[in-house]
Design a protein around this ligand. Structure first.
Ligand code: ATP
Ligand code: MG
Length: 420
């Protein structure tokens, strides 16, 4: 029996694979307009990096990581997200010493052992941004603008932004006490996960998907009432910048998000048409994390777009895909095939897309192939044409054929295939 792919690991076939490339290309254009540089990091890291960088008591580290013992007995993990790896690289290579502010992006596969369903895979793709070295609220707004601009350029419909501030460790400590007190009162009605979270990471209970827990948390003390003056001012400035960028937002005081290290600004972009997995992009500030990972005490903010969810939300009809080729060379006979094969690199050098059959086939079969490839023209060359130094050009749309001298071939082809 043939071996099949692993559950939750999806093949991306054309044209879906091309749509993913389109999404990534759009993102690259936006990032380039913002002065970001690309960084590429490994797909595996030491498990300890994610435990420290994402947090021991997060869903990702507790139950979603693909961790293995390698042949040396070291525990390594497939990356579940990109931030920890990027920060490790920045610290390891002292990139922060090259420039006070680093603006980086990366894109590629991430891995989480979750229950596969629509919009939730075990291997999925993220487009990730990190801006390090500043706590300016303008940086927060700019990161949010990047996600907004990419999603708009892709023409996703009815996208909206939810935003909150999680404060700094000072505000968090005050809020934590109030929250713990509140949780004592409702403890017995929490789900098992939240009973655990109540002790290890109570803020995370706001993120629980369980209906009963959600209900109980409606009356829980909110972090927004505990923000210190600096954090409240920072949050207000982020909202002002969003207004000046014309980005509509909804403040959601219950938004906390999954990762332990978030401080201050936290946000999500939601595509309402997607159902249960409707968050297409998410991010936030993580001011203490670089120090926590052994680097200097510099602040940072980042976001990640989930490419597969964007793929589902795309209006496929509006996407410009590579439609077809310019030229199909239909050679008849060994000599004609050999002679015309030397044209391939010449046409390609002119930026034309050209294909010819690898095998000797009838004219009818070759024209059928040209049709399937959506070729603009076919160049038909048999022994007779070869002897007389002529080529038959067939317009694949109208089936009209003309005969031209081989010396005029390139000019005529360029005229017929010119992009409009
Ligand atoms: P969720 O609450 O949906 O599990 P999350 O908080 O775990 O999301 P993040 O870690 O913030 O997600 O990742 C950023 C984005 O990556 C998400 O908003 C989503 O679009 C995408 N994403 C996360 N996990 C998956 C997955 N298993 N499959 C597909 N996309 C994913
Ligand atoms: Mg998740």
């Amino acid at each position: 029996m043939a071996v099949k792919a692993i559950r939750g690991f999806k093949d991306l076939l054309p044209p879906e694979s091309e749509l993913l490339t389109n999404i990534e290309t759009t993102a690259r254009e936006v990032f380039s307009s913002c002065g970001l540089k690309e960084i590429r990091i490994p797909v595996v890291e030491k498990t300890a990096l994610f435990a420290r960088g994402i947090g021991e008591h997060t869903d990702i580290v507790e139950k979603e990581m693909y961790s293995f013992t390698d042949r040396n007995g070291d525990s390594i993990s497939l990356r579940p997200e990109a931030t920890a790896g990027i920060l490790r690289a920045v610290i390891e290579h002292k990139l922060y010493a090259t420039s006070p502010i680093l603006k980086l992006f990366t894109m590629g596969p991430m891995f989480r052992h979750e229950r596969p369903q629509k919009g939730r895979l075990r291997q999925f793709h993220q487009i990730d941004v990190e801006i390090l070295g500043t706590d300016s609220p303008l940086a927060d707004a700019e990161v949010i603008w990047m996600a907004w601009d990419i999603l708009n350029k892709l023409e996703l419909k009815d996208i909206y932004l939810e935003i909150n501030s999680l404060g700094c460790p000072k505000c968090r400590a005050v809020h934590r006490e109030d929250l713990m007190l509140y949780l004592e009162g409702v403890y017995k009605d929490l789900c098992d996960d939240c009973k655990r979270r109540a002790k290890t990471n109570p803020l995370r209970i706001f993120d629980c998907k369980n209906e009963k827990c959600k209900e109980l948390m409606v009356r829980a003390p909110l972090i927004k009432h505990a923000l210190c003056p600096d954090c409240a001012d920072h949050y207000g400035q982020v909202l002002d910048f969003l207004e000046s960028f014309n980005i509509p937002f909804r403040q959601n005081p219950y938004l906390v998000r999954g990762l332990d290290y978030y401080t201050r600004t936290t946000f999500e972009f939601i595509a309402p048409g997607l159902g249960a997995q409707s968050t297409v992009a998410a991010g936030g500030r993580y001011d203490g994390l670089i120090k926590e990972l052994g680097g200097p005490d510099i602040p940072g903010i980042g976001m990640a777009i989930g490419a597969e969810r964007v793929l589902i939300a795309l209006d496929k009809d509006k996407q410009k895909l590579d439609e077809g080729i310019d030229i199909f060379i239909a050679a008849l006979g060994k000599d004609a095939r050999f002679e015309t094969s030397s044209w391939l690199p010449i046409f390609r050098k002119e930026g034309l897309k050209v294909v010819m059959s690898y095998e000797d086939k009838s004219l009818k079969a070759q024209l059928k192939q040209a049709d399937k490839l959506n070729a603009k023209i076919a160049l038909i060359v048999g022994e007779d044409e070869l002897d007389e130094d002529i080529v038959i050009i067939r317009n694949m749309k109208t089936s009209e054929q003309i005969e031209i001298d081989i010396d005029d071939l390139m000019d005529k082809v360029l005229e017929l295939c010119k992009k409009d």
